[in-house]
Ligand binder design. Structure first.
Ligand SMILES: Cc1ncc(COP(=O)(O)O)c(C=O)c1O
Length: 354
């Protein structure tokens, strides 16, 4: 049976008292991307993190954070979220019997993610503010003694070190699936709060130190309207169609910069139009429906290929961080539902035009 905590136990902070919580996270498919390989001239693979139990990569870190919260006697967990962290925290908290509170920017959470948090019975706290403000509030609420009842609430955002520990297992899986990684491997991923790029780099460096792998280059991509790491300064009012990465002041800023610089990689910006073009490309040409934020990494490598900036002989793994089903509104806003037809073969044949 799939269980991230037992598969990678030797690399995780698991003790004999840690409950072996699982919803079947990790072990996600790594598939070849033939159309994208033709488009970029590189050998491209897609890591389908949308196949995790709640439909995003967040489950890898959340299972560790919630298991450790239980071990340490917490009764409740809290997070700020652009949606996926909330969905994941709510699911694992439900499984573990903990109360879960989620602070979210009102009106900026994709419908599927909100439905998940609500169905798992999280205490949903929408605020009139953006993610960065939500995180500040969640951090304060998790301070000991900050609630009148004095309950101990564990913060499960990626500043919780157990989140990064769990998320680094994505890097282990890439090496385990590809065999030895050579220096021509590039890992492309979207960057928001920057926990994931920090975690992947930690995973690769741990395997490297254990003599299991060479080190890849980390290619992070932010949305142009929410690209503080590219600009080199926080952004007051971040804007992008990719709501999951609508973040102006990433908590793991230093981890992201270290991943970029130590790996000889880059962190650049892609426009919303480029993100949406990659979102369509993946759905129409690769048969993979991811959420808009997840397409930022793919948009980035398409851009680099056009500018002839991909390393010669590059092998690229794009981390598709979340499922397209998370955000049905964005998908349907870009497609027109055909009008109903008469229920006859004749009408259907004419409509098909084949
Ligand atoms: C689908 C998706 N992709 C990418 C990210 C960015 O990850 P990070 O905040 O760890 O940089 C998020 C964060 O919420 C996300 O939900």
């Amino acid at each position: 049976m799939k269980n991230l905590l037992t598969t990678y136990r030797a690399h995780l902070p698991i003790t004999s008292h840690t409950p072996l919580l699982t919803l079947g996270e990790g072990d996600t498919p790594l598939i070849a991307a033939p159309a994208l390989s033709r488009e970029t001239g590189a050998e491209v693979f897609l890591k389908l993190e949308g196949c995790n139990p709640t439909g995003s990569f967040k489950d890898r870190g959340m299972v560790v954070a919630v298991a450790k919260a239980v071990e340490e006697g917490a009764r409740a967990v809290i997070c700020a979220s652009t949606g996926n962290t909330a969905a994941s925290a709510a699911a694992y908290a439900a499984r573990a019997g903990l109360t879960c509170a989620v602070v979210i920017p009102a009106g900026k959470i994709a419908l599927g993610k909100l439905a998940q948090a609500m169905m798992h019975h999280a205490r949903v706290l929408p605020i009139e503010g953006n993610f960065d403000t939500a995180l500040k509030l969640a951090r304060e609420l998790a301070e000991p003694g900050s609630t009148p009842g004095g309950a101990s609430i564990t913060l499960v955002n990626s500043i919780n070190p157990y989140r990064i520990e769990g998320q680094k297992t994505g890097a282990f899986e890439i090496v385990d699936a590809l065999g030895d990684v050579s220096e021509t491997l590039c890992v492309a991923l979207p960057v928001g709060n920057a926990g994931n790029i920090t975690a992947y780099w930690r995973g690769f460096t741990e395997y490297h130190r254990a003599g299991k792998s060479k080190l890849p280059k980390m290619f992070g991509f932010q949305a142009a309207g929410a690209a503080p790491l590219v600009r080199g300064a926080p952004i007051e009012n971040p804007q992008t169609v990719a709501t999951a990465i609508r973040i102006g002041n990433p908590a793991s800023w230093r981890g992201a910069v270290a991943a970029r610089d130590e790996s000889g990689g880059l962190i650049e910006a892609v426009t919303d139009d480029e993100i949406l073009a990659a979102y369509h490309f993946l759905a129409e040409r690769e048969g993979v429906f991811c959420e808009p934020a997840s397409a930022a990494g793919v948009a980035g490598i398409i851009q680099l290929a056009r500018e002839n900036r991909l390393p010669r002989g590059a092998r690229i793994v794009c981390i598709l961080t979340g499922s397209g089903l998370k955000d049905p509104d964005t998908a349907m806003a870009r497609r027109e539902l055909p009008r109903p037809l008469p229920a006859t073969i004749d009408a259907l044949t004419r409509a098909l035009g084949l």
